[in-house]
Design a protein around this ligand. Structure first.
Ligand code: CU
Length: 160
């Protein structure tokens, strides 16, 4: 590679980083909601659409909520006919693309709520990217729209 090509490549790498600092969040989150659980449950699942409006892949490495002790990234998979939840260390949202967190698939697991949450309550979640950026998300607690269509989290909620 000659020097001119090299510097052009370096510039292409640097430019998006520079513009990122001036622009809004690289991710757009829409339709965030938390599935209402039984009154006694301390573990709830959050779902949302995450779109990457930047020109670079973005990597979600975690999340937190002031209303919960811990938030984990989970993926539900069917293993030998049984739904299991596998914790994800990271979740890549491709440049110009999106990732859907939905019942039966990816979700945020909200663990150990500080107080009971019911339909209509708001949950504040902060998504954390690998570069340290935090993206606030407001999610409303709702009943599942198609209860019975999916069976994830049944092992959390044996009491309904
Ligand atoms: Cu989970």
């Amino acid at each position: 590679m000659n020097h001119r090509l090299l510097s052009a490549a370096a510039l292409a790498l640097l430019t998006p980083l520079w513009t990122l600092t001036a622009l809004a969040d690289p991710l757009t989150v829409s339709g965030a909601w938390v599935r209402e659980g039984p009154p006694t449950t301390a573990v709830l699942a959050a779902y949302m659409q995450i779109d990457n409006t930047s020109a670079q892949d973005q990597t979600l490495v975690g999340a937190s909520s002031p209303q919960f002790e811990t938030v984990e990234i989970h993926r539900t998979e069917i293993v030998d006919g049984v739904a299991r939840m596998l914790q994800q260390e990271r979740l890549v949202i491709p440049a110009g693309g999106g990732v859907t967190l939905e019942p039966g698939g990816l979700h945020l697991m909200l663990i150990q709520s500080q107080q009971p949450l019911a339909q209509g309550d708001q949950v504040t979640i902060r998504l954390r990217l690998d570069d340290g950026t935090e993206i606030p998300v407001d999610a409303e607690v709702r009943k599942a729209e198609a209860e019975g269509m999916d069976h994830d989290h049944d092992h959390h909620n044996h009491h309904h």
